[in-house]
Design a binder for this molecule. Structure first.
Ligand code: XMP
Length: 516
């Protein structure tokens, strides 16, 4: 039985994933569908309400994304947001036009009807706007619930149908009453119980895995040491026990202690059949002389597939391949609720495994966001060190070493990386930031060694600590200078070959998080 679900129709909103997460934070399950979803497809999700997202188009433009007009007449509560509100209103006879003045950013809202959708919302409050069109004419069966200086219909409800809309964005934190509005919609208008939680997902997932795999086939799972593949493996292991085989490819460009962590967790703690493939030499030979970052990525990606394939062939009765695909990957690859998603992890930690491997895919996390996956990991008893890990790129330290990847350079960066992570952890900053990393810049700058000025064999290490919600944008962490000082002193004292440490204070964009 599917959980009571809020179905979000995505009209191209920048914030669509945020809407889905806001709903789930209220313990109500949500899915995102494309505007082409038919009423039957929507019914198949067990919907208790619909949300029409915002989007960059104009409802009166050409080739704009539109949904079936039936959606506003299904008897299900509808909340339109921004473009979604304009579309819902237009489908029910309103007129939408370009506004005389656009509204972007923080805007003062005046509430006219503080009940229903806007119950418990202050009469005057700030909201986040981002629109150039407005609803200009409302038929008499609509009521405007709020207004701003330039937008006479900033919130709306239909008098008979449970159709509502807001011109502003309740899903962003810049709208302080947004949480209340979403709650009002979910609990009071849709009648949600708020009983969905990650614990339920776990039971459903275990059942689904057992059904999919059956009684005798085996499942293979590529472990990277990252949270997604670890939770996938732990979940499948709980469902089918020793019919799971995990493959961990040591590609030679990992941090210190990765193999131990994965072996300690999966072989010793969970008793999983784990194959660790020592392919360090193979990868490093292929990387010899390569300095171009994309080339490094391609080599590591291809080599990974070859090594994985060879190992997988030796596993008898293996029919399924488990992948840690998450919901954002599914959304980005086109909203399909079923189907093949084998190439979508290409940028991700296990390297992306192509369909020609010939396995059926199992993707037990494909309905979950990262924070939900971490909670599943906690439920399954994975160690905190894995559950709360920062992401680590598939091509590993190779994209954090500028220029050629050599054993010496790897060793310097590993030692520096250890110090960075250790100090960030002990200062209590690890869980406050999204990623902490070191970059090896093999440029010799002058230094003093004893009484001598020296250039030879000395490198620069850049420390990069970023805060980011989605890794699409990031800001550098405003961390205490004492911690940076300690990191710098320790690296220069303890890591041979480094005589200068710098802190990267670039935002993304225009910089990226990684240096390559
Ligand atoms: P950038 O550097 O693009 O990074 O700002 C955004 C996020 O993606 C990670 N990243 C990668 N992950 N393979 C991966 O598995 C890659 O080639 C790759 N490049 C970047 C990066 O660590 C950050 O979390």
């Amino acid at each position: 039985m599917k959980p009571a679900t809020i179905v979000i129709v995505d009209f191209g909103a920048q914030y669509v994933q945020l809407i889905a997460r806001r709903v789930r934070e209220n313990h109500v399950f949500s899915v995102i569908v494309s505007p082409s979803a038919t009423p039957d497809e929507i019914r198949s999700h067990n919907p208790v309400g619909l949300i029409f997202s915002g989007g960059p188009a104009s409802v009166y433009g050409q080739d704009t994304p539109r949904c079936s007009a039936e959606l506003v007449r299904m008897g299900l509560p509808v909340l339109g947001i921004c473009y979604g509100m304009q579309l819902a209103c237009e489908l029910m006879g309103s007129e939408v036009r370009g506004a005389d003045a656009s509204e972007f950013g923080r805007t003062e809202l005046q509430v006219v009807e503080d009940a229903g959708l806007l119950a418990h919302v202050p009469k005057q409050t700030a909201v986040w706007m981002s629109h150039g069109d407005i609803v200009t004419k409302l038929p008499s069966d609509f009521v405007a619930l709020a207004q701003t200086k330039n937008c006479p219909v900033a919130a709306v409800r239909h008098k008979r149908e449970p159709v509502y809309g807001v011109q502003f964005h309740p899903e962003v934190t810049h709208t302080p009453c947004g949480h209340q509005i979403i709650r009002n919609f979910l609990y009071d208008i849709c009648g949600c119980q708020g009983d969905w939680q990650v614990g339920n997902v776990l039971q459903d997932s275990l059942k689904a895995i057992k059904e999919q795999v059956g009684e005798s086939d085996r499942v293979i799972c590529g472990l990277s040491g990252g949270v997604d593949s670890s939770v996938t493996a732990a979940l499948i292991h709980k469902a089918i026990g020793d019919r799971l085989t995990c493959i961990f490819v040591d590609n030679g460009v990992m941090r210190n202690g990765e193999v131990d962590l994965v072996e300690g967790t999966f072989r010793q703690h969970f008793n999983v059949d784990l194959r660790v493939v020592d392919a360090r030499e193979r990868f490093l030979t292929r990387l010899k002389g390569v300095t171009e970052p994309q080339q490094k990525r391609i080599i590591i990606g291809h080599e990974f597939i070859d090594v994985f394939k060879e190992e997988a062939r030796s596993i008898k009765n293996a029919r399924f391949l488990a992948q840690g695909t998450l919901y954002p990957d599914v959304i980005e690859s086109g909203h399909s609720s079923v189907g093949h998603t084998s190439n979508i992890k290409i940028h991700h930690n296990v390297g992306g495994l192509p369909a020609e491997l010939g396995f059926d895919l199992i993707e037990p996390l494909r309905n979950l966001f990262k924070d939900e996956v971490r909670r599943v990991g906690e439920h399954l008893g994975l160690p905190e060190e894995i559950v709360w890990r920062h992401p680590f790129p598939g091509p590993g330290l190779a994209v954090r070493i500028m220029g050629e990847v050599t054993e010496d350079r790897l060793s310097i960066l590993r030692d520096a990386d250890d110090i960075i992570i250790e100090e960030i952890r002990s200062a209590g900053w690890y869980n406050k930031i999204a990623q902490a990393l070191g970059v090896l810049v093999p440029v010799s700058t002058v230094g003093v060694m004893g009484d001598e000025r020296s250039f030879a064999g000395q490198h620069v290490v850049a420390v990069r600590l970023v805060e980011s919600a989605d890794f699409m944008t990031a800001s550098w962490a405003h961390i205490d200078h004492e911690i940076l000082g300690k990191i710098s002193t320790r690296i220069m004292n303890e890591v041979k070959g480094v005589n200068r440490v710098v802190y990267d204070i670039s935002t993304k964009p225009p910089a990226t998080i990684e240096w390559q």
